[in-house]
Ligand binder design. Structure first.
Ligand SMILES: [Zn+2]
Length: 451
């Protein structure tokens, strides 16, 4: 299959005008000028997207597909209040509801041109639709407990799930990892146990870290809505907590979790210079979730400090529960604009830099950049086509700027993963979406009426 378009953005090399990408056996077989490719492969089936851009699929470095049905359910609350409201509604959903929720998440993910994800899940409800949508990436089994005595049982159950889930996914596409939820929901012994368990297996690790003001105050000063009230709701009412006097990053660092081989830290908003240094020397990758952080009043991450120290930073959406949509273009645009506003000046972050964060850097963060993240011969064919012909995009001179500043997920026309088309002009060839709106309506009713 020969894909053609007005622009081809390999990300690893300058963009090509009037270019094309040859896909053979699920891999990228050639990238170049349209005329050259058409002449060299005259018998090849051609898809010409016209005034469009072909580029590598996006890497959503932080999501929870199974929470998609919480879109718009809890609104206009700061992080800790939002978190506890969401928790109070979770019990209303049956297993099948969580799977339906993950289905709409998977749909929006490929609709938005995302081909790789870093998904954190309690239940594994996302796995069925991650597979059906052909998504690539890491699915992390979440663990949490503030009760030290529960740690062995929590770990045993989690590691059994990791093995079982890994046997149910395509290992060429998906790796199962483990995710100690956060500093306010994990006992130090749990961080230690996760660090010990992954040191040999090299299981990928993800954790929410230094995300909200409430988390920072809880860890350092011992009090915030994430203190006793959160533990009461979580069944850990008898667990004592004392202020640690240090930042969330320093706190978890002492328990060894940041020394694990493949760590992804999510949010990383409340960092001082010492924290950035710890993340840098530990080789931790970071998911920058700018829109969620703004929506829940969590703060603004010090992106340039992290990049200056050589930290690999990609972009995450954090699911519609906190972010309302998985639109990756909004994510790039807002993530870029908020930093320009904070730093001053408009030249610090060219659009091209953010497109690299959204693709190749995200792939590096997951350790899959040898497979995807750029359009290079030999890499797997995770390719998206973005229409640039609509009135809100014309005229287009710089495709990077057009993609970041004028484009929305409705402009994605094709999403291909591993050479298979997973989204094609409004259709989802491999997802069963029949009766979906009725199923969503019944879930929405449960979420509206319960607590
Ligand atoms: Zn999250």
């Amino acid at each position: 299959m020969l894909l053609l378009a007005r622009y081809v953005l390999p990300v690893s090399a300058p963009h090509i005008e009037d270019g094309g990408v040859l896909v053979e056996d699920g891999a990228i077989a050639a990238v170049g000028r349209r005329d050259d490719l058409v002449a060299a492969y005259p018998a090849e089936e051609v898809r010409d997207f016209g005034q469009a851009a072909l580029m590598p699929g996006f890497v959503d470095l932080h999501t929870h597909l199974e929470y998609s049905v919480f879109r718009g359910v809890v609104n206009d609350l700061p992080y800790a209040r939002w978190k506890m409201q969401v928790m109070s509604k979770e019990a209303a959903l049956a297993d099948e509801d969580w799977r339906v929720s993950a289905l709409i998440g998977a749909m929006e993910t490929v609709r938005s041109g995302i081909t790789s994800i870093a998904d954190i899940t309690n239940s594994g409800a996302c796995l069925e639709h991650v597979a059906a949508a052909g998504l690539r990436g890491v699915v992390y089994r979440e663990v949490s407990t503030m009760s030290k005595r529960e740690v062995p049982a929590v770990m045993e159950s989690a590691l059994a799930d990791v093995d079982s889930w890994q046997s149910h996914v395509d290992p060429g596409l998906v790796t199962i990892g483990i995710a100690p939820h956060s500093p306010y929901s994990c006992h130090p012994a749990l961080f230690r146990a996760v660090a010990d368990s992954v040191s040999d297996s090299r299981l990928p690790v993800a954790l929410h870290l230094a995300g909200s003001r409430e988390e920072f105050e809880f860890v350092k000063y011992g009090s915030s809505p994430l203190g006793q009230e959160y533990r009461d709701r979580s069944g850990w009412a008898d667990v004592a907590w004392l202020p640690t006097g240090v930042s969330p990053v320093r706190y978890v660092y002492q328990w060894g979790i940041l020394d694990a081989p493949r760590v992804l830290a999510v949010h990383c908003v409340h960092l001082d210079d010492g924290d950035v240094e710890i993340l840098s020397k530990s080789g931790v990758a970071v998911a920058y979730c700018a829109r969620c952080n703004l929506k829940l009043g969590m703060g603004i991450a010090p992106l340039e400090d992290m990049l200056d120290r050589g930290i690999v930073v990609g972009i995450g959406t954090d699911s519609p529960a906190s972010n309302s949509t998985i639109d990756f273009f909004d994510e790039m645009r807002i993530g870029l604009l908020v930093r320009r506003g904070v730093v001053g000046g408009a030249s610090f972050y060219p659009s091209e830099r953010f497109i690299r964060m959204a693709t190749l850097d995200g792939a590096r963060a997951l350790g899959i950049d040898h497979l995807v993240g750029s359009l290079d011969v030999g890499k797997r064919a995770d390719v998206i086509a973005i229409d640039l012909s609509r009135s809100h995009q014309l005229p287009t001179q710089d495709p990077y700027s057009a993609i970041v500043h004028t484009t929305n997920q409705e402009d994605v026309v094709m999403t291909m993963i591993d050479g298979v088309v997973r989204f094609d002009r409004g259709t989802y060839p491999t997802l069963d979406t029949e009766g979906l709106s009725d199923r969503i309506e019944s879930i929405e009713y449960k979420l509206r009426t319960d607590s």
